[in-house]
Write a protein that binds this ligand. Structure first.
Ligand code: G6P
Length: 612
């Protein structure tokens, strides 16, 4: 996690750095800091958000054409000013920003203490700053060589940038396990954790690879080396997304904007891939691996958080349509087990950011075992998209709100297309049925639009239950992952405790919680187990629970039982998650806003979890 930005060129560095930090705040907002060289190296930092830093430096010297900046999500040491980045080395000539974890920092710290180094913070990063200073001193070498030597002593993950007062026209960046992009301007360089702070200045970027060091010197071409000191040729790519996608576009929060973007983000996911009239569904990125999937022993889907919920929908889809056995695993669990994987298995890693550390580690493990590993990522060029053998992008556009919304529906869209294509190839679905689902899929964006125009029902329900302390979300079949996702959305942004459960499991525990104060959200759409879910609703009502139900348009039975209903249009059961998740996103959003919570930046969370 943590966001890093750096600049070197002929413009004032501070405005570029601070604007970059605002854009990267989704990666963490415990503390923020900036280092600039204006003859002398100065570091300014504060606890809290980027706006506090911006205020704090109002009366400071923020001149300089080179600088580094950081917004932190705490790992080592509490989120106070001392632990904020950038960190000086002891002689205050070097400053460093870092995203990741130096695992052997306690040993290095002891050694450095033995050589007289003092530390102001509890962080692993300050150890690295002093290690670089120590190497420079002992070896009488340049900053560039010192960083290289120091990194060869380090175990762990990093994206880091170092500057030195003694070489004020140079940025040294390095990457291992945490993302970093370099923007190449006309006569300047930009560095950031992702491309969002860079896009307004240049579209030419280089995505750094693991174990690479970049040497950026004013007036000289970009140099890249491996940490084993071998020269590499930088691969310059052109960025595609446009700046408007990074603004709130008139919405009060990114989350609301992203919820309302879903008709178009789903359309973008489908674009060029699904053509119902022609009976075509095809994902270009995985074409070469289709036979591998069709003949797979099993598919293992790995992910974290919301992406894991998308995988659960995927499990039902692949089993239903393509009759391929599927296991869904939390990447964090999978990576430390001894999973049974063979060369005949296909692993599908699903991730919005493409940077989640646990998912990356799980991918490495699966690759070691010889499995074919495919990715479903939203961020183009991300680490996961590059670590996998092949994959399909979700094309949902940048998602800034920490609580994932449009990325989830885009992931489900891509997994649905994959499952449909495999069913077609495997012959597990009659053509007429295949065509029917394709047509229904094509109609989903319009139906999402319809769901979004709910006439204020979600808001009204939010008003009613905003003060509840617990919520239960229940669903069965395809609606079970929707229940989990609905509960996750609510707890993430409103801090109300919420649990998702398979509706029929309620009687094995959660039923004990039900009383007049407990709102229970049912996803009770028309399907083969509708009657069973109706019985569960009756069980809740019999215990005075409050029922909010997502139902299929025209439903009468549940309407007669529930306290509130939200209708969604009729669709295929397997496509219901794409519609039913939307009112739950809205409900969570409005409850959080009414409770005065920071919807886009909920406490303790970060959008991209690049640490274990
Ligand atoms: C964090 C985010 C979640 C996200 C999860 C997995 O916890 O706050 O919204 O679902 O990471 O992230 P990924 O980028 O791999 O989908």
């Amino acid at each position: 996690m943590c966001g890093i930005v750096a600049y070197l060129g002929s413009k004032d560095a501070y405005p570029i750095l601070i604007n970059g930090l605002y854009k990267l705040e989704y990666r963490g907002y415990d503390s923020a800091g900036v280092a600039l060289i204006d003859n002398k190296l100065s570091v300014y930092k504060t606890k809290g958000k980027v706006s506090k830093l911006d205020k704090f430096v109002e009366d400071k010297n923020t001149n300089g054409f080179i600088g580094i900046a950081h917004t932190r999500w705490a790992t080592h040491g509490e989120p106070n000013k001392e632990n904020a980045h950038p960190h000086y080395s002891m002689n205050k000539k070097i400053a460093i920003i870092h995203n990741g974890i130096i695992e052997n920092y306690p040993t290095l710290k002891e050694e450095l203490k033995g050589r007289g180094y003092r530390f102001d913070s509890e962080t692993d990063t300050e150890v690295l700053a002093n290690l670089i200073e120590d190497v420079m001193h002992n070896e009488s070498c340049s900053l560039q060589d010192a960083v290289l030597i120091a990194l060869n002593q380090v175990v762990g993950a990093y994206a880091l940038v170092v500057i030195s007062e003694e070489e004020p026209d140079m940025l040294i960046a390095a990457r291992k396990g945490s993302p970093m992009v370099i923007g190449i301007g006309d006569d300047d360089y930009y560095i950031a954790s992702d491309a969002t702070p860079i896009i307004e200045y240049t579209k030419n970027v280089v995505y750094m690879n693991d174990e690479e060091i970049a040497i950026l010197k004013k007036g000289q071409p970009l140099k890249i080396k491996t940490i084993a000191n071998q020269d590499k040729t930088p691969y310059v790519q052109e960025l595609e997304f446009n700046l408007n996608t990074l603004e709130k576009g008139g919405y009060e929060h990114f989350m609301l904007k992203e919820i309302y973007e879903q008709p178009s983000s789903i359309r973008d996911s489908l674009r060029g891939r699904l053509r119902a009239k022609e009976g075509v569904v095809s994902l270009g990125g995985i074409v070469d691996f289709e036979q591998k999937i069709v003949h797979a022993n099993k598919i293992i889907m790995i992910a974290c958080g919301t992406s894991w919920h998308a995988c659960l929908v995927g499990e039902y889809l692949f089993e239903d349509l393509a009759r391929i056995p599927v296991e869904v695993e939390y990447a964090s669990e999978f990576r430390y087990r001894n999973p049974i994987i063979t060369e005949n298995d296909v692993v599908i890693a699903v991730s919005q950011s493409g940077e989640t550390a646990d998912t990356l580690a799980a991918i490495d493990l699966a690759k070691e075992k010889g499995a074919t590993v495919l990715g479903v990522c939203n961020v183009v060029g991300s680490s996961i998209s590059r670590a996998t053998h092949a994959g399909s992008y979700t094309h949902a556009g940048p998602e800034i709100g920490v609580a994932s919304t449009k990325a989830f529906t885009a992931q489900v869209t891509v997994l649905t297309m994959m499952a449909l294509r495999m069913a077609q190839l495997k012959g597990t679905i009659p053509t007429s049925r295949f065509m029917q689902i394709l047509h229904e899929m094509e109609a989903i964006p319009d139906k999402v639009e319809e769901v979004l125009n709910d006439g204020g029902v979600a808001q009204m329900i939010a008003e009613k239950y905003k003060d509840a302390t617990n919520f239960l979300y229940l669903g069965r079949g395809y609606n079970f992952p929707v229940a989990l996702e609905g509960a996750l959305k609510l707890k993430e942004i409103s801090y109300i405790h919420a649990e998702g459960y398979p509706a029929a499991e309620m009687k094995h525990g959660p039923i004990a919680l039900i009383d007049k104060n407990m709102p229970v959200v049912f996803i009770a759409t028309n399907n083969v187990i509708y009657e069973k879910v109706v019985s569960n609703i009756q069980e809740v009502k019999a215990r005075n629970g409050k029922v909010i139900a997502i139902v299929t348009k025209g439903d009468k039975v549940v309407r007669g039982l529930a306290d509130y209903v939200i209708e969604i249009p009729e669709t295929e059961d397997m496509l219901v998650p794409l519609l039913a998740s939307i009112p739950l996103q809205k409900l969570a959003y409005y409850i959080a806003v009414m409770r005065g919570c920071n919807v886009d930046q909920p406490r303790n969370l970060a959008k991209s979890v690049t640490v274990e």
